[in-house]
Design a binder for this molecule. Structure first.
Ligand SMILES: [Zn+2]
Length: 182
């Protein structure tokens, strides 16, 4: 396992613990400006979207761990330890499964950071299209946007990337660096 996965697992776990705070979960989801002007419904007491996201996050981890290792023990009570639990229970899995796990951990780390408002985490990745360090988070499109004007889709639009794509790039780059260093 590459060192950066341990670091990502640590950061992702800490963020997950923060997101799991009851008072955060009970805050209404932020309503986009355009909707707020016309919204008449009272705010929902439970942030359902965050609650769903957390449930999905945990089952994505648990499902993979149990598929790769049916003997995996119960999930930790502390969600902050979820990724350590995943790594511990899949350390004997084959390389592809471990690479898959490392990529999901990196994607979760980015997703949690966005939920906590740390959108600058996206800017720490080079653009997968042009390699420039000029990504910006587009909250409306829910994707990273490349600010390089020459980096365009065939239709002439700015290039945009999902967090999943950025995570794949990060894990591949780490793997290449590790191989070249040994
Ligand atoms: Zn680009």
């Amino acid at each position: 396992m590459a060192h950066s996965t341990a670091a990502s697992a640590h950061t992702a776990g800490r963020a997950l613990r923060l997101l799991d705070q009851p008072d955060l979960r009970h805050q209404p989801a932020p309503i986009p400006q355009a909707r707020r002007a016309t919204a008449t419904a009272p705010s929902v007491p439970l942030n359902l979207s965050l609650f769903d996201d957390l449930t999905h996050t945990v089952s994505e981890v648990a499902d993979h761990a149990r598929r790769v290792n049916p003997a995996a023990g119960p999930l930790p009570d502390d969600l902050g330890r979820l990724y350590d639990w995943w790594i511990d229970n899949t350390s004997d899995a084959d390389t592809d499964e471990q690479a898959f796990r490392d990529t999901v951990i990196e994607r979760h780390r980015l997703e949690h950071a966005i939920r906590l408002g740390q959108t600058e985490e996206v800017c720490k990745n080079p653009c997968p299209g042009c390699g420039c360090w000029g990504l910006e988070w587009d909250g409306v499109g829910n994707r990273a946007l490349c600010l390089n004007r020459r980096c365009r889709t065939p239709d002439g639009y700015a290039s945009t990337w999902t967090l999943g794509r950025l995570a794949v790039q990060k894990v591949q780059r780490t793997e290449m660096w590790r191989r070249n260093a040994t």
